[in-house]
Design a protein around this ligand. Structure first.
Ligand SMILES: Cc1cc2nc3c(=O)[nH]c(=O)nc-3n(C[C@H](O)[C@H](O)[C@H](O)COP(=O)(O)O)c2cc1C
Length: 239
C-alpha cells in the first residue's frame, strides 16, 4: 500500500509539512509505504492552454508540451493507493502552487469524454487502473477552526479535483485552524501568523487522517470516481 502526500506549501518543513508528515506517519503505522512531494522543490510550470493533453483521449497520462517535473508527480499518483493533497490556506483558498499543479494535472489525468446531467465533454478520469483514497489537509495562520466556513473555500474544491485526478473517493479533509499559545494583544494580532502554533490535537488529527486512509484502502472501501456521488457530497457539505 502506497500513500503519497502532494504538498503545495511555500515553506517546506513548516506547518503544512509537519501536519502532512504526521498524516503519513499515521498511514505508515498501518503498514503503508509513504512519500511526501514538496511541489516548491520541483519545477512546476504554468499550463499554457495549448490543449495538447486535452486532444489526447487515449493515454493514461497525456503528454504535456512542458518538460518539467509535473509528469514525475503524476507518475507517483498513478502508483499510489492514497493521495493526501496538502496546502496552506492562502486568501481563503489553497496556495497558487496547488492551483498551478491542479491545472497541469487536469487534462493530463482527465479526458473530456465524460457526461454529467446530460452535459457532454465533462472530465473523466484516465487513471482508471485502480481507485485511490483522497484526503485534503489545509493549514491556516489566523482563522480558527470554528470560523472555517469563512476561510476555507479551498478544501471542497481541492477534494473535487483530487477525486477526479486520482479516480478515487474521499476519506477525510482536515482544516488545521489557527491556535495561539495565549490571548494576543492588538499589536500581536497584526502579526498573528507568527504566533500560530500546531497543537497536539492537530498532530493527532493529522495522524488519524493518515490512519483512516490506510484503513479505507486495506478495507477495500475506496471507490472509483463517481460524479453523482461527488455532487451529492458537495451539496451535503453546503447544508
Ligand atoms: C499570501 C498569504 C495568504 C494567506 N491567507 C490566509 C487566510 O486567508 N487565512 C488564514 O487563516 N491564514 C492565511 N495565511 C496564513 C497561512 O495560512 C499560514 O501561515 C499557514 O499555516 C502557512 O503554512 P506553511 O507553514 O506550510 O507555510 C496566508 C498566508 C499567506 C502568505
Amino acid at each position: 500500500m502506497r500513500v503519497l502526500a502532494v504538498n503545495a506549501t511555500y515553506r517546506p518543513g513548516k506547518t503544512t509539512s509537519r501536519l502532512a508528515g504526521k498524516a503519513l506517519e499515521g498511514a505508515a503505522s498501518l503498514g503503508a509505504q509513504t512519500e511526501m512531494v514538496h511541489l516548491k522543490e520541483l519545477d512546476i510550470g504554468f499550463c499554457t492552454n495549448c490543449l495538447t493533453c486535452y486532444q489526447d483521449q487515449e493515454s493514461e497520462i497525456a503528454d504535456c508540451v512542458l518538460t518539467d517535473d509535473v509528469r514525475g508527480v503524476l507518475e507517483k499518483i498513478r502508483k499510489a493507493d492514497g493521495v493526501i493533497l496538502a496546502s496552506p490556506v492562502h486568501n481563503g483558498f489553497v496556495s497558487g502552487l496547488m492551483t498551478a499543479f491542479v491545472e497541469r494535472a487536469t487534462w493530463t489525468t482527465l479526458k473530456p469524454t465524460g457526461e454529467m446531467m446530460g452535459l457532454k465533454g465533462c472530465p473523466e478520469p484516465r487513471l482508471t487502473g485502480k481507485a485511490r483514497a483522497v484526503a485534503t489537509l489545509v493549514s491556516a495562520g489566523m482563522m480558527p477552526a470554528e470560523l472555517r466556513q469563512y476561510c476555507d473555500t479551498g478544501s471542497p474544491w481541492l477534494m473535487e479535483a483530487g477525486v477526479m485526478i486520482c479516480n478515487g473517493s474521499p476519506v477525510g479533509d482536515m482544516y488545521a485552524g489557527a491556535v495561539f499559545p495565549r490571548e494576543l494583544n492588538d499589536d500581536e494580532w497584526r502579526r498573528a501568523y507568527f504566533f500560530r502554533e500546531i497543537t497536539e490535537a492537530q498532530d493527532r488529527e493529522a495522524f488519524e487522517l493518515g490512519q483512516a486512509m490506510a484503513q479505507a484502502i486495506a478495507g477495500g472501501q475506496v471507490k472509483p470516481y463517481d460524479p453523482m456521488a461527488m455532487m451529492a457530497a458537495l451539496e451535503e457539505g453546503k447544508e
